[in-house]
Design a protein around this ligand. Structure first.
Ligand code: 13P
Length: 256
């Protein structure tokens, strides 16, 4: 399986800034065969960046999309419109769940809409600090996973990526703490077990599971060697080009 290095730019960079970043990144990177390097710019930047990107080196992801393809949905952008512009879409990010109140039902419809439009969903799941403190992590992870995948058939599971992002470990959290490799390993194992119960062991093994939460060049190596982790979803550190490139270098060394 490839190793995924995904930069989530969130609500940062103008279209011009995003284009300059991409230009520099393309110039810096060789074509890594075993690494899948992905950036997720704002929706507005996807059209121009899709014309600029060299997809042999870097793929684009949307940060969101709407579950209906067309219709009277003011302000939304559908996966049907994103089709051809992006290869991936981040769906169910904790900022959308907790700031924008998206629920598992909507997230499941978005996952289905992405697949229907030939876009690989990166389904984000993760517990908040109090859920971990009350021993609810397992239930939350299972609920979000089963809920988010409720419209995904056996055949479609191979088209899905899961990202485990403990919300308390995301750098923008008030008192963000680093997740330990053991804490991550335990949840990643639970994710695979849950997938295995629903879709069978073989299918579960083939699903890439990424980790996200304050990843930077100094901890990327440790996180990439957690058993079952197939890549990283990076926020703040991906905004600094040199750090994103350093993380890619670390991934190359770890996977060599
Ligand atoms: P940070 O890397 O800034 O903690 O963000 C993680 C994240 O939310 C990526 O989707």
């Amino acid at each position: 399986m490839k190793t995924y290095i995904v930069g989530n730019w969130k609500l940062n960079f103008t279209v011009g800034e995003a284009s300059i970043y991409l230009h520099k990144l393309l110039k810096t990177l060789p074509n890594y065969r075993d690494l899948e390097i992905v950036v997720a710019p704002s929706t507005l930047a996807l059209q121009p960046l899709s014309l600029q990107v060299d997809r042999h080196k870097i793929k684009l992801a949307a940060q969101n999309g709407f579950y209906r393809d067309t219709g009277a949905y003011t302000g939304e952008t559908s996966f049907a419109q994103l089709r051809g512009l992006v290869n991936y879409a981040i769906i169910g990010h904790s900022e959308r769940r907790y700031v924008l109140h998206e629920n598992d039902k909507e997230i499941a419809k978005k996952v289905a809409a992405a697949i229907r439009n030939h876009i690989t969903p990166i389904l984000c799941i993760g517990e908040i600090e109090s859920e971990r403190a009350f021993g609810e992590t397992k239930d939350v992870i299972r609920d979000q996973l089963i809920g988010g995948l409720s419209e995904v058939s056996d055949d479609e599971l191979a088209k899905v990526i899961i990202a485990y992002e403990p919300v308390w470990a995301i750098s923008s959290a008030k008192s963000a703490k680093l997740a330990s490799p053991d804490e991550i390993a335990e949840v990643v194992d639970l994710i695979r077990k849950t997938l295995s119960e629903t879709y069978g062991a073989k299918a579960a093994e083939g699903v890439p599971v990424l980790f996200g939460g304050s990843v930077n060049p100094s901890n990327a190596g440790a996180y990439l060697t957690v058993p079952g982790v197939n890549g990283l979803l990076i926020g703040a550190s991906s905004l600094i080009l040199s750090e994103f490139v350093d993380i890619i270098e670390v991934a190359k060394r770890v996977r060599a």
